[in-house]
Structures are given as C-alpha cells and as structure tokens.
Design a protein around this ligand. Structure first.
Ligand code: HEM
Ligand code: HEM
Length: 184
C-alpha cells in the first residue's frame, strides 16, 4: 500500500495533504497581507477579511489532520546522498513550518473572538465568539498572528528554495519525494 508513509519516503496521504496545505496556506498568506496593506479601503479590507476567515475555516480541520498525521506517522529518514546535517536542517525546517501553521490556526480565530467579533463564513453566516471581548488578549493574538505569518513566509521561502535547488542542481531525489510515493 502506498497510502501510508514508508520508513524513507512519503505515501499518497502525506503527498496529498502537503499540496493541499501548501495551496491553502499560501492563499491565506496572500489574502491576509493584501487586506492588511495600506492600498485597500476599509470596505475592501472587510471583504478580504471575510474571504480570509472563510477560507481559514474551510481548511481548518484538514490542516489539523495534516499536522496530526505528521506527528503520528513521524518524519521519513534521510536519503543516502543527503548528508546528516542537511537532513537535520530539512527536518527542523519541516517541524518549524508545522509549529508556525498550528500557531496561526490558533491565533487567527482568537484575534476575531477576543476583539468581540464573530468569524464570518462566506455569506452563509458567522461563528460567534465563545469568549468575552478582551483588548489585551486581542492585541496579543493580533501581534502573534502577524509575526507568525511573517516568520512563516521566511521559513517557507527557505523550504521552497531548498526544494528548487535540489531539483535544479542535485539529483533531486528528496525533492521528488513529494510528487509520488517513494521508499515503499
Ligand atoms: C496558516 C494559516 C493562516 C495564515 C498564513 C494567515 C495569514 C494572515 C496574515 C498574513 C494576516 C495579516 C496580518 C497583518 O499584517 O496584520 C492575517 C490576518 C488575520 N487573520 Fe490570518 N492567517 C491564517 C489563518 C487564519 C485563520 C484560520 C483565521 C480565522 C478563522 C484567521 C484570521 C485572521 C484575522 C481575524 C486577521 C486580521 C488580524 C488583524 O485584525 O490585524 N487567520 N492572517
Ligand atoms: C513549490 C512549493 C513547495 C515545494 C516544491 C515543496 C517540496 C517539498 C518536498 C520535496 C518535501 C519533502 C522533503 C523531505 O522530506 O526531505 C516537502 C516537505 C514538507 N513541506 Fe513542502 N514544498 C512546497 C511548499 C510548501 C509550503 C508552502 C509549506 C508550508 C507552508 C510546506 C511544508 C512542508 C512540510 C511541513 C514538509 C514535511 C513533510 C510533511 O509533513 O508534509 N511545503 N516539501
């Protein structure tokens, strides 16, 4: 079966979740930055926030499954041509990405809720806050969400550059791990 991971490679479940996550997180990042930019009016920013929270709620459960699956399944071993240090750096980058994504999934809803706002879900309705508004916590989670998304951007660029470098300049065996199951 190539659904599950092998000791030295990913299966279809990990590959599917990786690309679902990558598209969803990049989309959330772009919409989030656009709405926070100076060039948009208040109405546009409110509309973009509705898009941001709606997409966030839509992908929320799948991304938690993706994080849980990596913790449950573990990280595949390095490849023979990879080198110990390169493997340790890659694995650290991967877990850092997962921690940052988890922190954004937690801080995002709390920004709205501690700000006394419901979470808008398309035009279908909204998820009311289970908490009383709290200005200090709102500011804390707002800063955490902003900084988390900035750091995520930096770490994701390192990750994508490493994958591109592998494909262009090296054998690309580690990079090909995310296109089809290997090591089974
Ligand atoms: C990995 C997933 C996510 C990423 C990458 C992301 C990214 C961003 C970015 C870049 C901003 C603009 C920050 C700024 O410069 O002020 C933002 C703002 C915001 N996000 Fe997210 N976000 C994610 C998940 C979520 C989720 C799941 C929710 C809620 C359902 C959410 C709710 C919000 C809210 C309410 C704001 C406005 C914060 C403010 O008032 O400044 N986000 N997000
Ligand atoms: C063009 C974009 C991308 C490419 C080419 C790419 C490629 C890869 C490859 C080849 C691996 C396997 C590396 C190995 O195990 O040695 C991997 C793993 C991983 N990637 Fe990406 N990636 C991309 C975008 C992203 C983005 C945007 C994120 C998160 C925001 C991300 C998060 C991860 C994580 C957490 C892993 C560890 C395995 C897992 O849990 O899925 N990747 N990526």
């Amino acid at each position: 079966m190539t659904i599950k991971d092998a000791p030295s490679g990913y299966g279809w479940l990990s590959i599917g979740l990786h690309w679902f996550n990558a598209v969803a997180v990049v989309m959330l990042w772009f919409v989030g930055n656009k709405m926070a930019g100076a060039a948009v009016s208040d109405e546009e920013a409110a509309e973009l926030l509705r898009v941001h929270t709606s997409v966030g709620v839509t992908v929320f459960a799948v991304i938690w499954v993706r994080i849980g699956w990596r913790l449950y399944s573990g990280h595949p071993k390095g490849l023979p041509d990879q080198g110990r240090i390169a493997f340790l750096v890659a694995r650290t980058v991967h877990y850092t990405l997962l921690i940052l994504i988890a922190s954004l999934l937690i801080s995002g809803p709390l920004v709205s809720w501690y700000g006394g706002e419901a979470i808008e879900f398309y035009t279908l309705g909204s998820i009311p806050s289970p908490f009383a508004a709290n200005a200090a916590l709102h500011e804390f989670f707002e800063a955490a969400h902003r900084w988390g998304s900035n750091v995520l951007f930096g770490v994701a660029v390192v990750h994508m550059s490493a994958a591109a470098r592998q494909l262009v300049f090296a054998q690309g065996e580690a990079a090909r791990r995310m296109t089809a199951p290997t090591g089974h």
